[in-house]
Write a protein that binds this ligand. Structure first.
Ligand code: IMP
Ligand code: MG
Length: 179
């Protein structure tokens, strides 16, 4: 285990198994259609890569980048689009892929923005959901895991751009914030 990690809450095997399940569920739900996966960079990059390979209906990928955090561990509520989609989403079945739903402020803004572009459908897949933390209601069709309100890293999730490459999801030791 990485020395900055206090506890692994989701092992590599648990993540892999759940991603396969969500992929299978999406494949059933979207049977006969194709789906446009829109990942929110950078945290969801690893998740979308694995999820796309677990989906059997035709898939296209596109990416958005927004800023909501800077490098601190508290949501600011300020959302800025740093990179927009490359394609139009009008009349497409769109699935927004998120790494983690915390306050929901980022997704609320994003969903409102994407809905205005008139997709045929718009749903959310989040790998992690911090239960009880949402400050705005978000309806999320696919949720990987409900987790406690702790700051977690790994499998795409970072602290100050570090730890994204850990293959598991773990709670960061408080001391690691201070370095
Ligand atoms: P929200 O707007 O508060 O829902 O924040 C969502 C974004 O904050 C996520 O896409 C992450 O980039 C980041 N975030 C929230 N909680 C965590 C965490 O525990 N670890 C790492 N990043 C997090
Ligand atoms: Mg982040």
């Amino acid at each position: 285990m990485h020395p900055d990690i206090q506890e692994i809450i989701l092992s590599e095997e648990q993540v892999r198994a759940r991603v396969a399940e969500i992929g299978a569920q999406i494949s059933r739900d979207y049977e006969g259609r194709s789906v446009l996966l829109v990942a929110v960079l950078r945290g969801a990059a690893l998740f979308i890569a694995d999820l796309a390979r677990a989906i059997t209906v035709p898939v296209e990928l596109d990416f958005m980048a927004v800023s909501s955090y800077g490098s601190s561990t508290k949501s600011s509520g300020v959302v800025r689009i740093l990179k927009d989609l490359d394609e139009t989403i009008e009349d497409r079945d769109v699935l927004v892929i998120e790494d983690i739903l915390d306050t929901g402020l980022t997704l609320k803004y994003l969903l409102k923005n994407l809905a205005s572009r008139k997709p045929a459908s718009l749903e959310v897949v989040t790998l992690l959901n911090k239960e009880g933390k949402q400050r705005v209601p978000i309806s999320c069709k696919y949720i990987g895991f409900a987790i406690p309100d702790e700051f977690v890293v790994g499998y795409g999730l970072d602290f100050s751009e570090k730890y994204r490459n850990l293959p598991y999801i773990g709670i960061l030791k408080p001391a690691a914030y201070l370095d």
